[in-house]
Design a protein around this ligand. Structure first.
Ligand SMILES: [Zn+2]
Length: 173
């Protein structure tokens, strides 16, 4: 829990302004006059710190893993603005990140490997599949579900150049 001894400024949870603390027992925002008990303030700040730390560390690690694997598989980045990315995320437990965050992570991690700049990506599709129920893969790509025999959670990434088919990235190889 954060120590408030040397803190002279507080963040207002109501209007998001940073204000100078005048009363250390009850924090009152000088802008919107919103009040918060000091103990509650410390508690919320503690949760926020944990969330930020978790988000940052987890994301960094995730990007590193994708970066390392893709470096070994993808020989050269695609040059044109013709990159298509499909993500299929299979999970048995409750998801820790939403698909938007996962997609952002992957786009960042593949920059410089699958393409030079993520602005080259013209199509991006991300789907989460819960393993808590039956999964029906309609597009016939059976390889998507092959790792199910081994893993309870995985992300299947498909990257391809929609114009120049000679640089198709195929994870099945
Ligand atoms: Zn305020």
């Amino acid at each position: 829990m954060p120590d408030m001894k040397d803190v002279s400024y507080a963040l207002c949870f109501n209007c998001a302004s940073v204000y100078k603390i005048s009363n250390k027992n009850q924090l009152k925002c000088s802008y919107c006059k919103h009040c918060v008990d000091i103990e509650l303030y410390k508690k919320i700040l503690g949760f926020a710190k944990t969330a930020v730390h978790f988000g940052y560390v987890y994301r960094k690690k995730y990007e590193e893993i994708i970066n390392n694997i893709s470096k070994r598989i993808i020989p050269n980045p695609i040059i044109g603005n013709t990159v298509e990315i499909r993500l299929d995320y299979f999970h048995i437990n409750k998801r820790l990140m939403d698909m938007d965050n996962i997609a952002k992570c992957v786009l960042d991690a593949l920059t410089g490997i699958a393409y030079v700049d993520d602005r080259q990506v013209i199509l991006q599709a991300a789907t989460a599949h819960s393993l808590a129920s039956i999964i029906i893969i309609t597009n016939g790509i059976v390889d998507l579900i092959k790792p199910l025999a081994q893993y309870e959670e995985y992300l299947f990434i498909r990257v391809r150049n929609v114009i120049d088919t000679s640089t198709v990235y195929d994870k099945r190889k």
